[in-house]
Design a binder for this molecule. Structure first.
Ligand code: TTP
Ligand code: MG
Ligand code: MG
Length: 351
């Protein structure tokens, strides 16, 4: 009897925005390239860097000015979201056409359910996915395969760029034990620092903590996630119906200027939209006493610009504060009435 096993492949494009730029302008190949979210000429942060730039020390999130100081010959380009999303839609459309269960998780990554009875089968399917992506778009990606989303993601991260790695279910425990804590998704620097205070520096150290200890330290949801992740357990299903009706971003004001904060929220929200257009913009203002006021505007047109988001967000904030000038604790920005701009719409994904 053939023993088919359900596995999950995570497909993630390598240095996606920067690779798209290399496709657009082949003369960039071999040079250090960074795509930047500019806030003013020469100001902003690195959003994606090719591997040539990364080897020279350029990192995502780094201010453009620092990256330029470090790498004189760095080519810095502005975000061309509609081009990246058109390539993304070609790729995702091809994956959805070929495989039954696909979850588009972001502009450059998708989870694909596959059936494989052994490592060799899984490697074959992984290479077929890489070939399909390359043929459809010219883009190189990395594929990680495992028994769940967590292992697939960690396998993918461990073999970037242009890689393929299969971790069969019987290899999962050892794979996780040999990983460093920061290789586990959602375990970031802050979590690692707090685990360190508890005397845990490796996966095996952290496995000695009880679920109660982890819940006490990180809250129920995250505590349970970490407890399971350390054991390679992750029961998140592949969600094929990812038709989102709205997106939002929140941040705490602290000593920041609220208008600067709205600019930052706009930039982050705009990136998340990955080229989707929006017609409704809303602001959520949370005061020190935790009371909330909201206001929204419906535009006369479908917008796709970060500047519209910034300007309307600030205007809504001014209108709320003109009536209610109390001390603000947090601000949220939301967009709704969304429409996909490319030839494949998000609802096409679910058919
Ligand atoms: P990632 O897949 O995280 O990064 P990447 O594709 O650039 O590089 P890697 O080879 O490591 O996968 O994100 C996909 C795209 O999303 C990325 O090209 C740019 C954008 N992005 C941002 O704009 N800001 C960010 O902080 C991150 C993480 C990504
Ligand atoms: Mg990527
Ligand atoms: Mg990604």
């Amino acid at each position: 009897m053939i023993n088919h096993r359900k596995l999950i492949a995570l497909v993630d494009m390598d240095y996606f925005f920067a690779q798209c730029e290399e496709l657009k302008r082949p003369e960039l190949k071999g040079r250090p390239v960074a795509v930047c979210m500019f806030t003013a000429p020469e100001r902003g942060a690195i959003s994606s860097a090719n591997y040539v730039a990364r080897e020279l020390g350029v990192k995502v999130g780094m201010p453009v000015s620092i990256a330029k100081q470090q790498v004189n010959e760095l080519v810095t380009l502005p975000v061309d979201m509609s081009y990246y999303s058109s390539l993304s839609f070609k790729i995702m459309g091809a994956l959805i056409a070929k495989y039954k269960k696909v979850e588009v998780a972001s502009i450059d990554e998708a989870y694909v359910e596959i059936n494989a009875s052994n490592n060799k089968d899984a490697v074959g399917i992984g290479s077929a996915i890489k070939d399909l992506v390359l043929k459809e778009s010219g883009i190189i990606c990395t594929v990680g395969i495992g028994q769940n989303k967590l292992i697939a993601k960690m396998a993918c991260d461990s073999i970037k760029p242009n890689g393929l790695r299969v971790v069969m279910p019987e290899e999962s425990a050892e794979f996780i034990e040999k990983s460093s804590l920061n290789a586990i998704p959602y375990i970031g620097n802050k979590t690692i620092e707090r685990l360190g205070i508890l005397g845990c520096y490796t996966v095996n150290d952290a496995k000695k903590l009880t679920v109660e200890q982890l819940e006490k330290e990180f809250g129920n949801k995250k505590g349970i996630f970490i407890y399971n992740a350390l054991r390679g357990i992750d029961d998140r299903a592949i969600q094929t119906n990812r038709v989102r009706k709205e997106y939002e971003r929140f941040a705490t004001l602290g000593n920041n200027d609220p208008f600067n904060l709205i600019d930052e929220l706009s930039a982050s929200l705009f990136l998340r939209l990955s080229g989707m257009k929006f017609q409704e913009i809303g602001i959520i203002v949370i005061y020190e006493d935790m009371s909330v006021r909201t206001k929204a505007i419906t535009l006369k047109f479908l917008a796709s610009s970060v500047d519209v988001l910034k300007a309307e967000g600030k205007q809504l904030f001014r209108e709320i504060q003109a009536v209610d000038g109390r001390k603000v604790r947090r601000i949220g920005l939301r967009v709704s009435k969304l429409k996909q701009t490319n030839y494949l719409s998000l609802s096409d994904y679910t058919n």
